[in-house]
Structures are given as C-alpha cells and as structure tokens.
Design a protein around this ligand. Structure first.
Ligand SMILES: C[S@@+](CC[C@H](N)C(=O)[O-])C[C@H]1O[C@@H](n2cnc3c(N)ncnc32)[C@H](O)[C@@H]1O
Length: 208
C-alpha cells in the first residue's frame, strides 16, 4: 500500500513530467519523428511476436510509433501523461493517463510498447508500472521496454530538449531482474552514436 509520502512524491513527479513534456512536445516531435533502420527492425520484431492486434503504446509522445503500428493493421491505442504530446498524435484512440494507474481492463492487450518512457519513472515505482503491464496483458502477451543504460536516477535535463525530468538508468541485468514476472524473449544493450540503451522483449507466460 502506498503511504502518504509515496503519494506526495508521485504527485510531484507526475506534475514535473507533465510540465516538462508539455513544454517540449513540438520540439520533441521535430527531433524524433524519423526512425533509423534498426529502430524499424525493433518494431517489426515486436509485431512479429504478437498473438493478436491490440497494442498499447505507453508514453506514446507525438505518436510516431502509433501511426506506424496502425499502418501495419494493428489496433494501437496511445496513452501519455502530456496533453500537448497527445494533441500532436494522429487521431485515433488516445488516452491521457499516468502509466502507474491505467484505465484498462485486466487481460485486454496483446502487446505493450514502452519505448523510452519508463525511464522517466522513479526506480522505486517501476514495479507499480510493471504490475499494471502484467495485469493488462493477455496470457502470452508481449511487452517491449527500452530505457537508458546507466546507474541510479537523477532529476536532470532530458537529451537536448532543455527541460528536466526524472531519469532512471538501468543495466541489462537490472532491467531483466525487474521483469521477473515475465519470460524474457530477448534482451540487449544498444549503442547509437552517443546514446546507450537497454532493451527487453518479454512475454507473460506464467499466469498466477
Ligand atoms: C522520451 S518520450 C518517448 C515518446 C515515444 N515513446 C518515443 O519513443 O518517441 C517519453 C514520453 O513519456 C511520457 N511520460 C512520462 N511520464 C509518464 C507517465 N508517468 N505516464 C504516462 N506517460 C508518461 C512523456 O509525456 C513523453 O511523451
């Protein structure tokens, strides 16, 4: 059960993320609208693992991946905490929500796409998010997570965007440990220029 202190921290952090991403939504879209070939492959790989078409793009931002998934015939729904980001996203099913408490029924999603968003959640709350992911995924559902490589967490500038947010960094073993309720399909570190990521594809195999 979250304590009052936990709730206060979450409210502060929630407000900070909303403000930061509202402030830079247009700039973010300009900087990150193109996919590199290796990024496209990641998305194709995710799609190939799905056992159905309902996908939730968590922290969808301006909707680059939503658009792609829908163009491939999936029924992709976007959720984000930032209203301004959602305004830039393609029309469709968009929901303003915090990934720590998602307004979806149990076991209704075939695939969860979480690209560079749980990295903005304090480490102490990653489990809350992963429990939500586990709850909403259908048995055999697939989750993709990509976070920044590193250690610890800081409140600092995000990339070259000029605003600050919570940034949590993970090593590969650490990310895999947090996904222990899932079966890992594939996990790796990826370097791209000065960027260094950790990614995991995992499946909800063991239904408790
Ligand atoms: C770095 S952007 C990634 C956007 C998109 N997934 C992409 O790959 O381009 C992080 C996104 O997560 C959203 N976000 C941050 N904290 C969130 C939260 N607690 N709940 C839902 N979305 C959140 C931000 O508003 C932002 O759109």
């Amino acid at each position: 059960m979250p304590t009052n202190f936990d709730r206060q921290l979450r409210t502060r952090d929630n407000w900070r993320a909303k403000k930061a991403f509202d402030d830079v939504a247009e700039k973010y879209q300009l900087m990150w609208s193109q996919l590199e070939p290796w990024q496209l492959e990641e998305r194709e790989e995710f799609t190939s693992l799905l056992d159905g078409t309902t996908v939730l793009d968590v922290g969808c931002g301006p909707g680059r991946d939503l658009k792609l998934f829908n163009s491939w015939g999936l029924n992709a729904i976007g959720i984000d905490i930032s209203k301004r980001m959602l305004k830039l996203a393609p029309h469709g099913l968009l929901v303003k929500a915090d990934m720590r408490s998602l307004p979806f029924a149990d076991e209704c999603i075939h695939g969860l796409w979480a690209c560079q968003c749980v990295t903005h959640i304090p480490k102490s709350e990653l489990n809350v998010v992963l429990n939500e992911f586990f709850r909403m995924l259908k048995p055999k559902g697939v989750v993709f997570i990509s976070v920044n490589f590193g250690y610890g967490e800081r409140y600092e500038e995000i990339g070259d965007l000029g605003v600050k947010s919570t940034r949590s960094f993970y090593t590969l073993p650490e990310l895999k440990r947090t996904l222990q309720r899932f079966t890992i399909i594939k996990s790796e570190e990826k370097r791209w220029g000065k960027r260094h990521y950790v990614i995991c594809f995992a499946r909800k195999e063991n239904v408790e």
